[in-house]
Design a protein around this ligand. Sequence first.
Ligand code: HEC
Length: 156
Amino acid sequence: MEPRLSHHAALCILTLTFFTASCQNKAPTEVKTETPVQELKPVTFTAEDLKENLKNKEAMTKGRGVYSAKCASCHGGSGEGGIGPNLCDDFWLHGGLPNQIATTVYNGVKDKGMIPWGQILTREEILQVASYVASLRGKSTPGGKPPQGTKEERPQ
Ligand code: HEC
């Protein structure tokens, strides 16, 4: 009686293992085909372009609009941080100069949850929102996310 029972049990386990394995093999293939690979639109911008925008009231207003629509969900309504870092302090993971900010926004940060906005926004929008983010620096955000990264001098 006993050997028969264990034979049965072994068959059961074998069948179970087979089913679990076939399920696990299937899932990733399905996900892969649903995720299209998008290229970054090739754009160029210089530190000067960013400087111009910082002085341009209309560009800054547009930048604030892009920020509220696309960035506030992760970086907070006033840049105080949340899922993403605090954008009002003097600490930066990827550089706090306006053109460094634009570069981070354009490329995103792979595997860290920062979207490559170069796939989504126009060059103008990236410059506008980067200038707006640069202008947040030094704004007081009580209860904001604690600093992350390296302390940097404020650009003149
Ligand atoms: C889905 C969440 C999410 C959204 C939406 C998002 N970000 Fe981010 N962002 C992050 C995360 C997470 C990081 C931190 C990346 C890391 O750890 O390297 C980050 C980093 C950054 C940084 C670098 C900060 C530093 O310390 O160097 C900037 C600048 C930035 N985001 C700007 C933006 C702007 C502008 C937008 C809107 C166009 C935006 N982000 C939208 C999640 C987001």
